[in-house]
Design a protein around this ligand. Structure first.
Ligand SMILES: Cc1cc2nc3c(=O)[nH]c(=O)nc-3n(C[C@H](O)[C@H](O)[C@H](O)COP(=O)(O)OP(=O)(O)OC[C@H]3O[C@@H](n4cnc5c(N)ncnc54)[C@H](O)[C@@H]3O)c2cc1C
Length: 365
């Protein structure tokens, strides 16, 4: 049975809609486009065509559809190497987090604008001494009569230079278990005391930032969920972050370009069959994860598995393409060069590869 057979008519309609928009849009397909430059107009056009926030309730700007519908859209966007970074974090995990844990006020304030890609969010989790070990977060949020005051520093904050808002994981208590003292907040990037400083990558691109919070005031209503429940809430958010097809399709545009070039001999075709089988397994896992999210579960172990194996597949994709480059044109070589520079990111962002193995092991016990 092919994946086409298991696909619903609705999924096929959504895939066709994404392909139509990508064919119309003037952009250069690229690998790792969800971590690349932002094109707010592309994201807004997706919103206008009803291709964002599919799973959210209708009264929050969504379409009350399944995560399988959303998977159809995200797979097609990644396959096309489309410029999706403006809406990616907000649509993938901030909206769903607000819907799961946020107050109705917070949902009404942000979800409809996220669904239309009117605003963009960046993720303020990692710090200089807190990456894989997020419970080591030291940024503090202190309660006042008017709200909260945030102080501290985040690093590797992708897209903070174009984001309107930040999701921030902060410490609201130092008493007892370090997991118990964490809470989640929304912060306006233009608020006094928020300093966004670029960290330039080895390719010369501006993707990362350091964000410093210097007595930043946040209203009470921008606390996400319950004070002190940040750890449990962020764990369920990470299932959204790690379980999507971007963990195994970020390098697909270069593979697709090589497939179009039709430069294979029999040995290459045998290697391609192995790669295709691995990709099929990961697509099947992505469908299981989407179904688990639809059932209201947090598929933590499945998402970590997808991220770990997806990283392996992406590196294997580059190994497959490398010897074929001599038979390909300049466009494929340019895609490949950019993909190689982007490739070390996959094993780290969203959690280091060995940490994914450790999560799977703990979850299975
Ligand atoms: C492209 C990219 C984009 C990112 N975007 C964001 C963002 O938008 N927002 C954000 O908050 N963060 C972001 N990050 C940061 C990312 O989440 C962290 O880099 C990641 O969680 C790892 O943390 P670290 O860099 O502190 O490395 P560490 O946690 O210090 O890990 C370093 C190495 O130590 C090893 N290691 C650590 N812990 C263990 C363990 N328990 N078991 C075995 N080995 C271990 C791993 O091999 C790892 O490679 C981004 C990172 C990248 C690469």
């Amino acid at each position: 049975m092919t994946s086409q057979d298991t696909m619903t008519t609705r999924e096929q309609t959504l895939r066709a809609a994404v392909r139509e928009l990508c064919a119309e849009w003037d952009y250069e397909p690229r690998c790792d486009a969800w971590g690349g430059d932002a094109d707010p107009e592309f994201s807004r056009e997706l919103g206008r065509r009803g291709l964002l926030a599919l799973t959210w309730p209708k009264d929050l700007g969504g379409a009350a559809e399944s995560n399988l519908s959303r998977l159809a859209v995200t797979e097609e966007l990644l396959r096309a190497g489309a410029p999706v970074s403006y809406h990616w974090a907000g649509e993938r995990q901030i909206g769903p987090t607000l819907i799961r844990h946020g107050s109705r006020t917070l949902q009404d304030e942000f979800c409809p604008r996220l669904a239309r890609a009117e605003i963009s969010f960046a993720l303020g989790m990692s710090e200089p001494d807190a990456g894989s070990d997020l419970a080591a977060v030291r940024t503090t949020a202190t309660r006042t009569d008017e709200g909260w005051v945030i102080n501290g520093r985040k690093v590797w904050t992708s897209g903070a230079h174009f984001a309107d808002y930040l999701y921030v994981l902060a410490r609201t208590s130092t008493d007892g278990d370090r997991h118990a003292g964490l809470s989640e907040f929304v912060v306006d990037t233009s608020a006094p005391g928020v300093h966004v400083q670029p960290i330039i990558g080895m390719d010369g691109g501006h993707h990362f930032n350091e964000v410093v919070f210097d007595d930043v005031h946040v209203p009470h209503r921008w606390l996400i969920g319950t004070e002190g429940h940040g750890w449990q809430q962020v764990i369920s958010q990470l299932a959204f972050e790690r379980g999507g097809p971007e963990r195994f399709l970020s390098m697909y545009p270069v593979l697709g370009a090589v497939l179009d070039a039709e430069v294979f001999d029999d040995t290459d075709r045998a290697a391609l069959r192995v790669l295709t089988a691995q990709l099929t397994v990961l697509r099947s896992l992505a469908r299981d994860i989407a179904a688990a999210l639809d059932a209201g579960r947090s598929p933590v172990a499945e998402a970590a598995t997808s991220k770990y194996l997806g990283n392996r597949l992406e590196l294997a994709t580059l190994d497959f393409v490398r010897p074929l480059l001599g038979r390909c044109d300049e466009r494929v070589r340019a895609l490949f060069d950019a993909a190689v520079i982007a490739s070390p990111k996959s094993g780290l962002r969203g959690g280091a590869a060995p940490v994914m193995l450790s999560i799977v092991t703990k979850e299975m016990q």
